[in-house]
Design a binder for this molecule. Structure first.
Ligand code: TXA
Ligand code: MG
Length: 350
């Protein structure tokens, strides 16, 4: 199959892409979080194509994307008051809400669950295409299952060329990691997947905000089926060190000295990079590729570049990746969730 790339999108393109999706094609779309593989959320055959293109396990449900909150009414049994308040506060934006599904939503979209995940993305082109399609658009992240999620059209192309009908190039995704997924009950909210809408932000609208037990205890089964799978895995072995910059830098130096013949990529802050440069010989420096993001506390920037850095590590063909972890507060919760998965839980507090 030829994969058509849509650039400099016109209104005509939007109509064409919307219609193609409505008619059963799979087309990758930009959102503010990561690129998604879009298909008609009410068409089981189109949804099957998503699972095939991604190599995704069939019990892992999809998120239905809507152009505005009114479109939710037909897709759910009822909307609790707090869900309405959350939509008002955070939509369009990186918040996915799971609610009891209506009969209109096919089981193929929900992986057999009775709830459906809904999100209204904060990306103008994406919302215009959803509106033009006239249907909710199911869109999982547009990567091969298990790989880092794509934040540019080129990342999508590398995984999906020849497998889908098209890719809409909307530039770099602003946020860089996937939406916060929450379960909404009558009076409380449970975070199933942390994202850019943080616990602290949800708490400004809802009194009771919990984390799914599985996020705190590895032995509990997660409520979001996708959270149990291996994810975001780069090709090389990866370690994440969390602690004060100088201590983290020393640990990284020790690790590199212990295997001086390997090629390393370091995903670190400027703070750690500068400590490292003071403490490592020039010869060992030859083996290191720095993927330095910025100041240690710039979590927004770290989230923005995280997946693109993991994909760069694959392109650089390094033997080992070492990342600097962050404090699990605010956006740091979502970042550490992704780093832990990418590192296969090799997270070392120093
Ligand atoms: O930011 C995002 O959410 C991106 C963009 C493209 O919108 N999409 C995305 O989709 O990350 P995906 O399929 O890669 O992740 C969806 C997550 C999975 O962990 C899935 O198990 C969970 O949401 N999920 C979907 N429906 C659910 C439901 N009814 N109950 C619990 N978890 C659900
Ligand atoms: Mg995904």
């Amino acid at each position: 199959m030829e994969t058509k790339i849509f650039k400099n999108i016109t209104q005509q393109d939007i109509e064409y892409i919307g219609k193609s999706i409505c008619n059963g094609e799979v087309i990758a779309l930009p959102t503010e979080t990561v690129y998604g593989l879009g298909a008609n959320g009410l068409d089981s055959k189109a949804l099957e194509k998503i699972y095939i293109a991604k190599g995704r396990p069939s019990d892992n449900p999809l998120i239905l994307h809507v152009a505005n909150s009114n479109e939710v009414n037909d897709l759910v049994e009822y909307i609790p008051k707090i869900a309405k308040n959350l939509m008002e506060a955070f939509w369009p934006g990186p918040l996915t809400i799971t609610l009891p599904k209506s009969d209109k939503v096919p089981m193929k979209a929900t992986g057999g669950l009775n709830t459906v995940a809904l999100r209204c993305p904060a990306h103008d082109i994406c919302r215009a295409i959803i509106a033009a399609s006239g249907v909710p658009i199911a869109a999982p992240s547009a990567n091969l299952s298990g790989k880092p999620s794509p934040t540019t059209a080129m990342d999508v192309y590398n995984d999906m060329n020849g497998k889908i009908a098209g890719i809409v190039d909307g530039g770099e995704c602003l946020v860089g990691i996937e939406s916060t997924v929450i379960e909404v009950l009558e009076n409380s909210v449970t975070i199933l997947r942390p994202g850019a809408i943080t616990e602290e932000m949800l708490s400004t609208v809802v009194d009771e905000v919990h984390f799914d037990k599985a996020l705190l205890d590895k032995n509990t089964a997660p409520k979001a089926p996708g959270m149990k799978y291996k994810h975001y895995a780069p090709n090389a072995n990866m370690y994440t060190f969390v602690g004060k910059s100088d201590v983290v830098a020393n640990k990284i130096v020790d690790k590199i000295k212990a295997n001086a013949n390997l090629k390393y990529a370091l995903i670190v802050s400027y703070d750690v990079e500068s400590y490292l440069r003071k403490n490592i010989t020039e010869k060992l420096m030859d083996n290191i590729h720095f993927l330095t993001y910025g100041k240690k506390d710039d979590l927004t920037l770290l989230a923005h570049v995280l997946y693109s850095n993991l994909l760069k590590c694959n392109a650089l063909d390094v033997d080992m990746i070492i990342a600097e972890g962050v404090e699990e507060r605010g956006l740091g919760v979502a970042i550490m969730n992704r780093l832990a998965k990418a590192s296969n839980n090799n997270v070392i507090k120093v």
